[in-house]
Design a protein around this ligand. Structure first.
Ligand SMILES: Cc1ncc(COP(=O)(O)O)c(C=O)c1O
Length: 380
């Protein structure tokens, strides 16, 4: 039986060469030549004033939440349909997470629910760019201006996407990206924080450097470095950075090939979609996407489960995505009930993700089409 794994991590072939350079330079610990080169590279690519590499997107979210100054008594609005650390990063500051619905059409934060949940304690919003797609950041900006809120754009899946011409990760005060091996471009584990306001740069470097002013010391701005602020060991080793450097060199090629695959998927699945058994999750019109994900939305959770099982039995590793956080054991400990967010509960369980990686061929997509076709015929 043919098998199509859900993900096979991307490799450019030059990772080894750059890893060897780290061995030659004998600088392993981090914030070395590769880290510095990548930060500059990403600042140019994203058109952002400052990028700091982190050992994960989770670390970048935690750093952003500290920089945002969230604390006990504050409320931060987070979609329930997201990865756990979009919320746990907020909880670590002592702030309360208030879960919001997603718009089932886009699976992005529902701005009307955000408005309903605003209180005098609301201090921030985490806007998640699900699937590398983006919501309308003008609406978020208006709310932030009116209610003095800080937004963190969680663009974990968004490198290479843009909204209205702005790279994802640059549409709010802070942005975060993941370089986990499940992402288009990766370093095994990895991530970065994007600092979009110049006035946040100095403190962000201190927190990133374990709370010390070591960066200022190396720039010759102070004659010794010392503990200044709360912080942590947020950056990756040079080994991760060297690996990531090779990957970033291949980004244009990667995006082009992924787009070709995504477009092919869309072409073959659209006729099936027209029969009304599922729909493809597509980007909003003002968003250019990075072909990170091919997701199908079924009319209800049962039909999604049946299609996923049918695909799995035939060697195609289709998977569910996030289990809504408000309905998780931790969500319950925080006082939420599954019925609090019925739209998220239903739409999350109605979504399946199909394999999407550069080791796939168009024949794999044809195979997936043929399985979905026979599944749909069974149910017609
Ligand atoms: C929306 C979102 N935020 C944060 C993360 C965490 O990323 P990392 O694994 O790099 O910490 C993920 C992981 O996939 C994610 O999907």
């Amino acid at each position: 039986m043919r098998t199509v794994p859900f993900n096979i991590p991307f490799l450019t072939g030059s990772e080894n060469k750059y890893l060897q350079e780290v061995f030659d330079q004998k600088e392993f610990a981090g914030n070395g030549p590769f880290t510095k080169k990548i930060q500059k590279m990403l600042e140019g690519y994203l058109d952002a004033p400052k990028v700091l590499l982190t050992h994960s997107c989770t670390a970048a979210l935690e750093l952003a939440a500290i920089l945002a100054g969230f604390g006990p008594e504050d409320e931060v609005l987070v979609p329930s349909f997201t990865f756990v650390t979009s919320a746990s990063a907020i909880l670590r500051t002592g702030a309360n997470v208030i879960f919001c619905e997603v718009d089932p059409k886009t699976m992005l934060l529902d701005i009307e629910d955000v408005k309903r949940k605003l209180t005098s304690k609301t201090k921030g919003i985490v806007a998640v760019d699900y699937a590398g797609f983006s919501m309308d950041f003008n609406q978020i900006k208006e709310l932030c201006d009116e209610y003095n809120l800080i937004c963190i754009e969680d663009a974990a899946q968004g490198l290479g996407s843009s909204w209205n011409g702005n790279a994802l990760g640059t549409n709010a005060r802070f942005g975060t990206i993941s370089f986990h091996q499940t992402k288009n471009i990766h370093s095994g584990l990895g991530g970065c924080l994007i600092i979009n306001n110049i006035e946040d740069i100095e403190r962000s470097e201190v927190l990133w450097e374990r709370g010390t002013n070591r960066s200022a010391f190396f720039k010759g701005l102070v004659d010794k470095y010392s503990w200044q602020d709360i912080g942590s060991s947020f950056y990756p080793s040079e080994l991760q950075a060297a690996f990531l450097y090779a990957q970033l060199e291949g980004i244009e090629n990667n995006l082009e090939q992924r787009m070709e695959l995504w477009d092919y998927y869309e072409k073959v699945l659209t006729p099936l979609e027209k029969l009304g058994h599922f729909r493809l999750l597509r980007p909003p019109t003002d968003c250019l996407h990075n072909a990170h994900m091919m997701a199908l939305i079924f009319p209800n959770p049962n039909s999604a489960d049946a299609a996923r099982e049918f695909l799995n039995e035939r060697g195609v590793q289709a998977v569910i995505h996030y289990v809504p956080l408000h309905a998780s054991p931790m969500g319950k400990k925080l006082g939420f009930k599954p019925s609090d967010l019925p739209i998220t509960l239903e739409s999350a369980a109605s979504l399946i993700r199909l394999p999407m990686h550069l080791s796939m061929t168009k024949e794999d997509v044809d195979y997936i089409y043929s399985i979905l076709h026979s599944h749909v015929q069974k149910h017609d």
